[in-house]
Design a protein. Structure first.
Ligand SMILES: [Zn+2]
Length: 411
């Protein structure tokens, strides 16, 4: 086995130090200009290592080819460059805890913070590893710069070792995954591949081919506005109607905080407005189409019931599809999943497939005709200040990626 540790560590630190947070309010693609900083760096690095057809597309995705050294299906390997908008991502200061001793990890810029194996059992299994975290004030961005570092290291290694047999590979770095806009409508055509993998998963062994099915819902409530001094029998307050809708929806069940495993939920994410007009936003999630439809129907019924109590108000509920469970397509042809499982087993890694309580770029790509399971990188505690990744885990993911592309080669 080659030793990729030093390369992975320096790549992760270099990439994580670049702020590339996405923003749902941005209307361009990528959603934030700053993502172009890392995209342009990766474009240059791909040219430096000798990749072919390197391009930064007008929609902010870097795509390159690693020419095949053997026959076989074209395989695309993807990672996303943006970091989550949910937590501070400016001024990330990655640091390495070398030869982790198994105890609590403290943070130089935030003494109140502590990362412990008691709260993170997976960390407890990483004694002796080199652990990378941020400094306590930001997320780390191993989600998904661990994936980027793994794919760049894999690409560099394959280009330097042409005796390794693999089919044509397409490497892609996407923006805006965290805001659900990573897969541009042109990406399937531009990838020009038989199937794909995202390297955007967690613990070693994770091979995921099931995601949520997801809809978004917007409820608008128009009341009747009038001076409160003259309001008797005239004013209809949208705030009270919004409160009724929230109060009527289930709270002890069907919410993210009360569900797990294969259960879906209705999650109120946003409530804005005033007495004359209110807007409520929801995300609806379920693993199955009928379960998702039932959640949409329940929300519609609650809106209709509250509307019936006040005919002078106008309440609308608009449901918009977001993405669908990738299993619907992958279960028809499990080749990409089976290849990944074989590659993992060839390294003595036991594959684990658990449904993702979320979506990935792979959910959209799969739906658009490019089958795309999600594979492990080692990242943990993502989207917050306790985010960490083990260098040795990233090295295992790199060995796994190399085994995967060799398994895809046809003799
Ligand atoms: Zn991610």
């Amino acid at each position: 086995m080659s030793d990729f540790h030093a390369e992975l560590e320096s790549r992760l630190i270099r990439y994580a130090s670049i702020d590339s947070q996405s923003n749902d309010d941005g209307t361009s693609s990528p959603s934030t200009e700053i993502q172009l900083n890392i995209l342009r760096l990766l474009e240059a690095e791909l040219r430096d290592i000798g990749a072919s057809d390197v391009q930064l597309t007008p929609y902010g995705t870097v795509i390159a080819t690693i020419p095949g050294t053997a026959a076989g299906p074209t395989v695309a390997l993807l990672a996303h460059v943006d970091t989550a908008p949910q937590f501070n991502a400016t001024g990330v200061k990655p640091r390495v805890i070398r030869g982790y001793n198994g105890g609590a990890i403290s943070f130089p810029d935030n003494p109140a913070l502590s990362l412990t194996p008691e709260h993170n059992p997976y960390l407890g299994t990483k004694q002796g590893h080199d652990i990378i975290t941020a400094s306590g004030l930001t997320l780390l961005g191993a989600d998904d710069k661990a994936g980027v570092a793994i794919l760049m290291t894999t690409a560099r290694h394959l280009l330097q070792n042409p005796e390794i047999a693999h089919p044509t590979l397409r490497v892609a770095f996407t923006p805006d995954e965290e805001i659900g806009r990573g897969v541009h409508s042109s990406l399937p055509k531009d990838l020009n591949t038989d199937f794909a993998y995202t390297f955007d998963g967690g613990a070693v062994g994770e091979i995921e081919y099931e995601s949520f099915s997801a809809d978004g819902a917007v409820v608008t409530i128009k009341g009747v506005s009038i001076h409160p001094g003259l309001a008797k029998d005239k004013l209809v307050n949208a705030i009270h109607l919004a409160a009724k809708i929230i109060q009527t929806l289930p709270q002890a069940t069907l919410t993210p905080e009360t569900t797990d495993d294969r259960e879906g939920f209705i999650h109120a994410t946003d409530m804005t407005g005033g007495a004359s007009e209110m807007t409520l936003k929801f995300i609806l999630r379920d693993f199955e189409r009928d379960g998702l439809a039932a959640k949409g129907a329940l929300l519609q019924q609650v809106c209709a019931a509250v509307a019936a109590t006040e005919p002078r108000a106008e309440i609308t509920c608009t449901i918009t599809p977001q993405y669908r469970n990738m299993r619907y397509w992958l279960e028809k042809d499990m080749t990409p999943v089976e290849l990944a499982r074989q590659a993992a087993r060839s390294l003595g890694i036991e594959p684990v497939s658990v449904p993702i309580r979320g979506g990935t770029d792979g959910s959209r790509l799969t739906e658009m005709g490019v089958p795309c399971p999600n594979l492990f990188t080692g990242m943990q505690n993502i989207h917050g200040p306790l985010e960490w990744v083990s260098v040795q885990d990233m090295a295992q993911a790199t060995e796994f990626c190399l085994a995967l592309v060799q398994h895809a080669a046809k003799p």
